[in-house]
Design a protein around this ligand. Sequence first.
Ligand code: NAD
Length: 467
Amino acid sequence: MSALPPFEHTPIDGILPTVNQIRASFLSHKTRPLEFRITQLRKLYWGLNDNQDLIVEACKKDLGKSQFETYLTETSWCMNDIVFMTKNLARFAKDEPAPDIAFTNKFFGPRIRKDPYGTVLIIGAYNFPIQLSLGPMIGAIAAGCTAVLKPSENAPNASAVLQKVVAESLDPSCYAIIQGAIPETTALLDQKWDKIFYTGSVNVGTIIAKKAAETLTPVTLELGGKNPAIITKHADPKLAARRLLWAKTLNAGQVCVSQNFTLIDREIVPSFLKEMKNALEEFYPQGPKKSPDYGRIVNLRQFQRLKKMVDESNGKIVLGGSMDERDLFIEPTVIQVENMDDSLIKEESFGPLLPILPVTDLDEAIKIANEVHDTPLGVYSFGNKQEMEKVLSQTRSGGASLNDGFFHASIPTLAFGGVGSSGQGAYRGKASFDVFTHCRSVTTTPAWIEGMLDVRYPPYTAKKQKK
Ligand code: NAD
């Protein structure tokens, strides 16, 4: 029998008392001392460590994730973030002197204090149910905030284990989990927060931002994909195929930074497709369906959405294409599409679909990429050095990986975030501390300086004006 804890929605009438408690704890200054924050982070580390097996079981049940993938992208990911944060917290939290100040201003000791924002709400997405919830939570704890976390109801087993980890590890008067879907999240959004950190789709992100605007609450939004990959004729087709296939098979393509479509020089299409086939056979020698390393689509709704996208596309399936609704299995599927108006290019698939659109040259690829989405979460390019630099200088995106799919997102100290409609604000590394920190500018005017300050007081006599 499974030891997984049950997933239960938090009763709506339990939400307000919880939020009030978490806010009261912030106002009691309990989370201000660095020792408190470091202790909480260390306890969270051990809570994750002690529950690794349950987390693996939960992610397997929710998303068919392999043990290795869960370790790589959920548990060790968060544990490494905690180690980094505890090592560096004292340095991050230290006052900073004002830069480049005039000699006379030095008397006022201008500095920037790192104050916690206050009581924050964190809302997570389903695809990396542990990482996307705890990643921001680690930043909130480090910054000295108190926090309420609302994980995704679409990964119920992982969210239930998360609740167990948080309850066992963290001070319950300062950090709480509310479980639920739209009604519970709406009840949370009806409360006043000092910051909202949201990860999820553009549509819901817009709802969050509108609601937050009513109370001028600052928001960080980590939103959706529509990321282009660009392959020129000078690229190595084998390298591009292996790397892009990996980027679309990790978590069965349910990754916000995966390439949504690939714009590829016509000349290189045959060799790229041959290498894709080779890579697929190499990754999954018995086929992806039988492989313990290939995940599943999170639920029937998402499965049917992806199936409809394939059915409605005018493209031709050139690799893969098999699906099994009962098993929520979708084979990694390469589809050659005719033009940029195909829904597989225009819509975010968030699954293992790899549409490719042949182009004449790099200029055409850049033009199409910018027309589909001028500010995606990521841009990926394969080609020679000049070509990859050209892609960077003629596009915008939250981040970019050259010669790879989304590798930039795996560097733990590199700030991660979107731009424009793919998001605002960033986290990871020091950015996780900064995103929950208010930089409070402070000066101290010494009593002895009053004589020198006399000039600022009226009446502004001719003598004063001459000084
Ligand atoms: P989602 O927007 O459906 O759900 C995210 C969260 O919002 C969940 O906790 C959910 O309960 C809540 N929510 C859903 N509808 C709501 C509503 N009407 N009002 C208030 N709250 C609501 O996203 P998802 O399906 O979990 O994740 C997929 C999307 O998230 C994709 O678009 C993907 O690109 C994006 N994503 C972005 C990142 C990133 O870091 N930029 C990471 C993961 C996923």
